[in-house]
Design a protein around this ligand. Structure first.
Ligand code: 5GP
Length: 179
């Protein structure tokens, strides 16, 4: 385990096992229809790579980058698109791939924006959802894990751009925030 990690919330094995289940469930729902996976950078980059490799339906990728104003550990709900999609989504099945659903404010903004572009379908898969934290109702068709309300890092999630490469998800030692 990395020396800055206080405890592991989800092990590499638990994450990979759940992603395989999600991949089968999602593929079964789309059948032979192509689906456009849209990952929200940067956190979801690792999840989209692993999820796509567990899917059997035809898959295409696109990426968006958004920034939420405010402190690094709290969501403000004000979202700015830093990088938009490269392609049109009109009449296509779209599956937004998110790393973590916290207050839901980022996703709410994003879904509202994408819905105006008239996709054939629009669903969300999130690897993590913070239990009881959603401030706005979001219909997330696929949820990997419900986790307690703690700030987590690893498997794509950062603190000050670090720890994204950890293969597991964990909580940092308190002194890492204060140093
Ligand atoms: P929301 O708008 O749902 O409150 O926040 C969504 C975004 O906040 C996530 O995509 C992620 O970038 C960031 N975030 C929320 N909770 C955590 C967390 O526990 N750890 C990390 N590293 N980022 C988080």
């Amino acid at each position: 385990m990395h020396e800055d990690i206080d405890h592991v919330v989800l092990s590499e094995e638990e994450i990979q096992e759940r992603i395989a289940e999600l991949g089968s469930e999602i593929s079964a729902n789309y059948g032979d229809e192509p689906v456009l996976l849209i990952a929200v950078l940067r956190g979801a980059a690792i999840f989209i790579a692993d999820l796509a490799r567990q899917m059997t339906c035809p898959v295409e990728f696109d990426f968006m980058a958004v920034s939420s104003y405010g402190s690094s550990t709290r969501s403000s709900g004000v979202v700015r698109i830093l990088k938009d999609l490269d392609e049109t989504i009109e009449e296509r099945h779209v599956l937004v791939v998110e790393d973590i659903l916290d207050t839901g404010l980022t996703l709410k903004y994003l879904l509202k924006n994408l819905a105006t572009r008239k996709p054939k379908s629009l669903e969300v898969v999130t690897l993590l959802s913070k239990h009881g934290k959603q401030r706005v109702p979001i219909t997330c068709k696929y949820v990997g894990f419900e986790i307690p309300d703690e700030f987590v890092v690893g498997y794509g999630l950062d603190f000050a751009e670090r720890y994204r490469n950890l293969p597991y998800i964990g909580v940092l030692k308190p002194e890492i925030y204060t140093d």
